[in-house]
Design a binder for this molecule. Structure first.
Ligand SMILES: NC(=O)c1ccc[n+]([C@@H]2O[C@H](COP(=O)([O-])OP(=O)(O)OC[C@H]3O[C@@H](n4cnc5c(N)ncnc54)[C@H](OP(=O)(O)O)[C@@H]3O)[C@@H](O)[C@H]2O)c1
Length: 324
């Protein structure tokens, strides 16, 4: 049961990334819990979709944050579920520049007491190499610009708590469910359906990763909204130890390949999946205990493997054969 905010005057939110996978489910959950939602959309098609869902669209983008900043007076809560530095150039620019794409927005919230929730990601850890990372486990050294920029962004958001913003950071691992997300459908299952093979990087079959169902994640956003302390950080892992070979096997079954898998070299994985091939070869483990203990989070949706084999991916037609 998600606790309700006691004061109805506080039920006003903005979701940046409302047209995206995570943001759309969080926006839906906010609506279900009595919040009005302004959703940032970058296109009129996106705006139309939001309107259909009962969300007030705001045609804007982070490249010109003034329009977003201008509407902050109308909300008490801002949920950020937008881009995660898919292009290294953006990360390098921010690292060299010292500011981020959220600097203006956060500054405009200083001393407001309003809530800002950043959707970060367990990508900030990099390769967890057999360690299950808690929120206070020191992060390993890295030179990867995307990882560094994201760590810097987390710090910037949490530091806003010292300037009168109720700033909270959530770190999701692999997010799955509702037939969406990029890891399972877009990369692994689409590849398996199109090429009639399910692949993993040789030697990584016993690597482990964490995962969370998008609906369990949306529940956690609501819990954080109602209960988290300013400046707090939570991993959002429902599972911590799903093995690579089990994912590859489930994907194979979902694609009608009877559980057969093929080990490929890291180079081949990169040529298939691009940069994500490197991530597929890593461990990515974090613990969701803090969210369970401090916020009372009780994730209870289908596990990642169940969802692939008999959940929304199968139901959404992924398991029926290659797309035309
Ligand atoms: N999915 C996962 O498994 C996962 C795991 C860990 C962390 N995360 C992080 O969670 C966040 C959301 O992920 P997602 O999977 O929901 O991504 P997504 O489906 O690609 O959605 C991204 C959203 O951000 C919007 N957006 C992108 N660039 C923008 C800009 N410059 N200005 C305004 N809006 C912009 C997109 O708008 P359009 O609709 O116009 O493109 C879309 O609404 C990302 O930071 C991602 O790294 C995701």
């Amino acid at each position: 049961m998600i606790p309700q905010k006691p004061q109805s005057s506080k039920l006003r939110s903005m979701v940046i990334g409302a047209t995206g996978y995570i943001g759309s489910v969080v926006a839906e959950r906010l609506l279900q819990n009595g919040y009005s939602v302004i959703g940032v959309a970058r296109s009129s098609a996106g705006a139309d979709r939001l309107r259909d869902q009962g969300i007030e669209p705001l045609l804007a983008s982070l490249e010109e944050p003034a329009q977003i900043v201008n509407r902050l007076a109308d909300v008490d809560v801002v949920v950020y579920a937008a881009y995660g530095y898919n292009r290294p150039e953006a990360a390098i620019f921010e690292l060299e520049n010292g500011t981020s794409h959220l600097t203006d927005l956060l500054r405009s919230m200083f001393n407001s007491g309003k809530t800002f929730i950043l959707t970060s990601g367990t990508g900030v850890v990099g390769d967890s190499a057999g360690i299950v990372y808690a929120e206070d486990t020191p992060l390993p050294e890295t030179k990867a610009p995307i990882t560094l920029a994201r760590r810097k962004l987390e710090n910037e958001v949490r530091a806003a708590a010292e300037n009168g913003v109720r700033a909270i950071v959530l770190r999701p691992p692999t997010v799955y469910g509702r037939g969406g997300g990029f890891v399972v459908p877009r990369y692994l299952l689409d590849y398996a359906l199109a090429h009639r093979e399910s692949v993993y990087v040789e030697g990584t079959e016993h690597n482990k990763r964490s995962a969370v169902h998008v609906d369990d994640l949306a529940d956690l956003f609501l819990l954080a909204l109602n209960r988290a302390e300013p400046g707090s950080l939570f991993n959002t892992a429902a599972e911590t130890d799903v093995s690579t070979i089990d994912i590859a096997t489930s994907v194979s079954k979902a694609a009608g390949l009877e559980g057969r898998t093929r080990a490929v070299s890291l180079e081949e994985a990169e040529s298939i999946f691009g940069h994500w091939g490197i991530w597929w070869a890593q461990h990515n483990q974090c613990s969701g205990d803090r969210a369970r203990n401090e916020l009372g989070w009780q994730p209870n949706r289908l596990s990642l493997l169940q969802e692939i084999e008999r959940g929304s991916y199968a139901q959404s037609g992924h398991a029926l054969g290659p797309r035309p």
